[in-house]
Design a protein. Structure first.
Length: 304
């Protein structure tokens, strides 16, 4: 019950926006072209993309005239279809067995919530794990300080270079320390903004290449953190980062602050990249493991 209540609370802005528009559109007991149009508008306005909207609407169009039509039945249908789309993207980032060093490379634009997400993830990993956090955004002293504060609060070890040091060299040093000192996890934070996208991507590719060379045969996860308030712009970021880096998983933050949470569904359908966590609040415990069913139920305000 705790998990579903957190999803309901965190997704209430998007849920209220979608459900109220759909409920208001159902003025008759039959599916009319006007009702279809209103439902399409509600879905698209929540940044559920055209492809997903078309898929969902086609399911509604198949409802027989003799079937009972009301807002509850429509919302249940949509919730079930959305759950099916999202189900394939469920993947736990934190494996239960302890089988050597695991490396998480965090990427994403500035403001997406990378540093805060790392802090929340450290807590989820637990104080019984040996964790090293590396600050590879060497261009912003404030970013390093913020990450160190999170690490200190969660009693994780911290690795940093000097201001303006080559971030790849910091990543290499962190990998060597994590291997030699037998850490369970190495979490690497990176810059999110340079003079242009090309410079940023080139730097990230270099960092990843250095990690691959230092950590051969180790488990590397490249995690793209997306700001949920960006809506459909998240799709562009998945496209841009995905072309240059093998993004293995996503974390969507700040979904509690937007009515555009439907973009997550479009990302799942188009890219089928695992979604590990969603951020549904500002507290340390508001990073929730992504689950298709509570997400889809909460999005359409479906009672279990």
């Amino acid at each position: 019950m705790y998990i579903i209540s957190k999803f309901r609370s965190g997704l209430k802005k998007t849920s209220r926006f979608i459900t109220s528009n759909i409920i208001n559109s159902l003025t008759s007991k039959q599916i009319s072209p006007k009702i279809i149009e209103d439902i399409e508008t509600a879905l698209i306005s929540a940044d559920i993309g055209l492809d997903v909207t078309e898929h969902l609407v086609n399911k509604i169009k198949k409802i027989k005239i003799t079937d009972k039509i009301d807002s509850k039945s429509i919302l249940n249908l949509l919730s079930n279809e959305i759950k099916n789309i999202l189900y394939e993207c469920e993947q736990n980032l934190i494996e239960k067995h302890n089988d050597g060093l695991k490396i998480f490379l965090f990427i994403g634009v500035n403001g997406s919530g990378k540093t805060t997400t790392i802090g929340k993830l450290i807590k989820r990993l637990g104080k019984d794990k040996k964790i090293l956090v590396a600050a590879c955004d060497t261009f912003r002293a404030a970013a390093v300080d913020q990450l160190k504060k999170w690490s200190d609060n969660q009693e994780a070890d911290f690795f940093q270079g000097s201001l303006n040091q080559d971030p790849a060299s910091v990543a290499y040093g962190a990998c060597e320390k994590a291997k030699n000192d037998k850490y369970d996890f190495l979490i690497i934070d990176t810059a999110g903004r340079l003079s242009n996208n090309t410079n940023l991507l080139n730097q990230l590719v270099k960092i990843k290449s250095v990690i691959d060379k230092s950590a051969v045969d180790l488990k590397l996860k490249t995690i793209l953190v997306l700001d949920g308030t960006n809506g459909s712009n998240m799709i562009n970021q998945v496209e841009i980062f995905g072309k240059s880096l093998n993004v293995t998983g996503l974390i969507i933050t700040k979904l509690d602050g937007t009515a555009k949470g439907g973009a997550l569904i479009s990302i799942a359908k188009k890219y089928q990249i695992p979604i590990h966590f969603v951020g549904l609040g500002e507290q340390e415990d508001d990073l929730l493991e992504f689950k298709a069913e509570p997400f889809s139920h909460s999005l359409l305000n479906i009672e279990n």
